[in-house]
Design a protein around this ligand. Sequence first.
Ligand code: PLP
Length: 411
Amino acid sequence: FSQLAREDPEVAQVLLDELTRLRGGLQLIASENLASPAVLAALGSTLTDKYAEGYPGRRYYGGCEVVDRAEQLAIDRAKALFKADHANVQPHSGASANLAAYAALLQPGDTVLAMALRHGGHLTHGSPVNFSGRWFDVASYGVRRDTELIDYDEVRELALRHRPKMIICGATSYPRLIDYSVFRGIADEIGAWLLVDAAHTIGLMAGEAIPSAVPYADVVTFTTHKTLRGPRGGGLLCTAELAQRVDRAVFPFTQGGPLMHVIAAKAVAFGEAMRPIFRRYAASVVENAAALCEALAAEGMRPVSGGTDTHLALIDLRGVGVTGAEAERRCAAAGITLNRNVIPYDPEPPTVTSGVRIGTACVTTQGMGVGEMKEIASLMTYAVHNPGAITSVLQRVKGLTVTHPAYPRDE
Ligand code: PLP
């Protein structure tokens, strides 16, 4: 870092300011985490210099024998961690992994059945502003109005009506477990592929805090930077039968040279996720999310579907008369970072929303537990009800960040 500070003080200052921001507040964005110093070390390495189009042992460039070892480690560890026949660790992001999954299994114009964006699906699940909605015919399912849970009857009915070639499950803001066996049954009934987008929950699957999608899905796509706590990136797991189609869909169909420094960092993250301590982490993430939900519910902030089984929750703020956008602003002023989010059947537009999404992956990495979740709920309550920063709240947020620091200074 001292070299960067000498060479480019402007950029060095950005890095320092971001570290200060992370250390000074509570990060409740459900899709974020704090990567370990070992992951960061791999990311900031000379492996960024190497071109390595192709796959280990089958490259289109010379000099790949060293980086091959990084990719093979990442592949072997991902396969062992998730008990998968095949792993592709090259996608640059979750969206790139999904693009590759579509490319592996479908032709443009094919029909896909996926969760609606406004009910928790991702842009890559058929939004008209995304390749998925532009190049494919999309039918969408949602959650029931009464339970706010996936309506499996509707999924089956839509599947029988539209006969999609691929069904997608897995979401961006769905707090509950997904019954993969029901999706598998529906896909089998109509001869469709089943893609599980585990971008959010893959770390919880790795830590066995929730059931794995691997035994049910034809392809599982994931990100490495959310609950898995690795570098920013994506990946795919699939059956042996689909291995070649998936590999070709990533390279050369949708990507060029892989990011070897990121792949080395993915190998580090998979290695970390194989340790018993990660299992305790994943269990604690889920336990903390449930505790946070319960404490917020007691303050009149209703968790959508009544709670959570995962690392994230959607909080309906209509009971306290504050919009998601306003709550996001008020929490930010108190040092609590979270995002506004539409809730199912939200009367407000996405820029306003009736809810916020929260997640416990970061604060759990910082070593916080159920006691701290109660404190966070109390701080959120103060913040949501009060525009403008409140000194006492800022001080209590600081207290939590001092006792449970992000990136402790001795690391
Ligand atoms: N799929 C789901 C369900 C997601 O929630 C996300 C990101 O939030 C993605 C895919 C895309 O991941 P990325 O932002 O790495 O492209």
